[in-house]
Design a binder for this molecule. Structure first.
Ligand code: FES
Length: 194
């Protein structure tokens, strides 16, 4: 991919993400402030209050980020292909069964989720805490080419995670990305409550 194409793809993703955010909160709102309004007050947040987010506006294959207890929470709407590809990377993972990682019992499955199509995961690298980037492109040349089926890449020291937040073998990060408690009722995601 040329640099110009790369910029365009990046810009398109930003636009799609913005559209998803606006779609989630209603027409006429300014995306960022309105999304913030879903968050609890600073005092409530410090006390660990749950965060409520309408996820109906997330496009297939796209990700939004919400904040919970000061951490970014990645919410990805996985396509059927993304879900099917999870089993293809299992041999390359350090902890495919999520035996060592942190997640609620109801997410201790291959998709690490309540609904296979919705991933809710902490965007905090388990190495030293950087924020991984969302890299859903299958076959990305800089991430292993044909061996890459989409996931997250930590730019700090190169750790790789699949699209359920499971860490690859041979990278600095020791564990899968953590999954917070959450529930989904219709199109409403609540992070911090089961
Ligand atoms: S903090 Fe992510 S690889 Fe080091």
């Amino acid at each position: 991919m040329s640099h110009a194409e790369g910029v365009n793809v990046k810009r398109r993703r930003v636009l799609i993400a913005s559209t998803a955010a606006v779609g989630a909160v209603g027409v006429g709102a300014i995306a960022t402030p309105f999304v913030r309004s879903w968050y609890p007050s600073a005092k409530a947040e410090a006390a660990g209050a749950a965060v409520v987010q309408d996820i109906s506006g997330i496009e297939n294959g796209q990700m939004i980020t919400v904040k919970y207890r000061g951490k970014p929470i990645f919410v990805v709407k996985r396509t059927d292909e993304m879900v099917a590809n999870l089993s293809k990377v299992t041999p390359k993972l350090s902890d495919p069964e999520s035996a060592k990682s942190v997640q609620p019992e109801y997410c201790k499955n291959e998709t690490r989720s309540i609904k296979p199509e919705i991933l809710v995961v902490e965007g905090v690298c388990t190495h030293l805490g950087c924020a991984p980037t969302f890299r859903p492109e299958v076959g990305a040349a800089d991430l292993g080419g044909a061996d890459w089926f989409g996931g997250f890449f930590c730019p700090c020291h190169g750790s790789l995670y699949d699209l359920s937040g499971r860490v690859y073998s041979g990278v600095p990060a020791p564990n899968n990305l953590s999954i917070p408690e959450y529930k989904i009722e219709d199109t409403i995601l609540t992070v911090g409550e089961s």
